[in-house]
Design a protein around this ligand. Sequence first.
Ligand SMILES: Nc1ncnc2c1ncn2[C@@H]1O[C@H](COP(=O)(O)OP(=O)(O)OP(=O)(O)O)[C@@H](O)[C@H]1O
Ligand SMILES: [Mg+2]
Length: 365
Amino acid sequence: MSDYIISIKNLYKVFGKDPKKAMQRVHHGMGKDELLEKTKHVIGLNNVNLDMERHRIQVVMGLSGSGKSTLIRHINRLIAPTEGEIWVDGQDVLKLSPEALREFRRFKVSMVFQKFALFPHRTIKENVGYGLENQGANASKLKTTCEHWINRVGLSGFENYYPNQLSGGMQQRVGLARALATDAEILLMDEAFSALDPLIRTEMQDVLLDLQNELEKTIVFITHDLDEALRIGDNIAILRDGEIVQTDDPQNILMNPANSYVSEFMKDINRARVLRVRAIMKPLEEGDKGPIVKGSTTIETALQLLAESTSDRLIITDRRGQQVGRLTIEDLIRGMRRPTSAEIQADAQAEAQADVQTQTESTVH
Ligand SMILES: Nc1ncnc2c1ncn2[C@@H]1O[C@H](COP(=O)(O)OP(=O)(O)OP(=O)(O)O)[C@@H](O)[C@H]1O
Ligand SMILES: [Mg+2]
């Protein structure tokens, strides 16, 4: 049985002067555009139901304005719903007393923000310790915990620097360390890596995945980037105009997009187009049969081929046509989600070798 730590039930959020009244129209099926036109009310969320598993990364993705931030802010009640329920670890978040809500925000959930939201006049150490101070930690606990997390996110030596002395990626490491230092079970990350340039962003994804392997938090991670969603999500919910259009594991979202809105996102997959099967292939086993492809075939093409074939695996050949490896559909999807740096390196090496070989061949002939 699945263990859901966060359950969102029939959640609606309407922004405007009289949301309750506008809700009647929403219940009668009025959509976002029409409601806005007729009543000047904005649908933020429209009947969202979502259960999130403990110790997993739940990604929420969707275009700008689809309701991602509105949704995540309901989880720690920075926003109150127009209708619906939010349950976190057996607690009805809407029924928490002001005191209980403060406790909940101090101990149970922490947030990592897109713009880092560090205190400019506090040092890195003081920034990391902020949530802990709020929890009432004593000086020695503060010191050891801050040191631990600063070290864990790779910022040892920067304890007494100020945020503006650090690069964007380093600042977000501070944001992450600050969130982790409180030992909260749930991390809410709203586009936490979106402000970073692509290389640093990938690096931060690695940092997060690495930490998650060890810490097993429950993470709600918002992004509008499919590549990022596939890379880090255990489950992905896709929002459009405040409604969830699909929620599933990355594999199923990829293979069976619910509609054209979802498949539209698929255009953004880079990895599948870039990575070649030779980088992730497995050793050939006796009796392996299936469509034969060259090692230079992209994962995307390989997936298409397999989807159209009746076989459950592909056979990979080297440049001489020798059968050297195989891949199942699971291998391909895994390869697409989380290629390790070793795989990327292997691909680069294979490419370099192939180039040398081609040059030699053309010299010989
Ligand atoms: N305080 C508010 N008052 C009125 N409308 C709002 C308010 N906050 C959000 N909205 C509207 O609710 C909808 C969802 O907004 P939200 O910020 O949740 O989207 P988002 O998916 O996070 O977008 P982005 O990717 O740009 O951050 C949008 O149409 C937005 O204009
Ligand atoms: Mg947002």
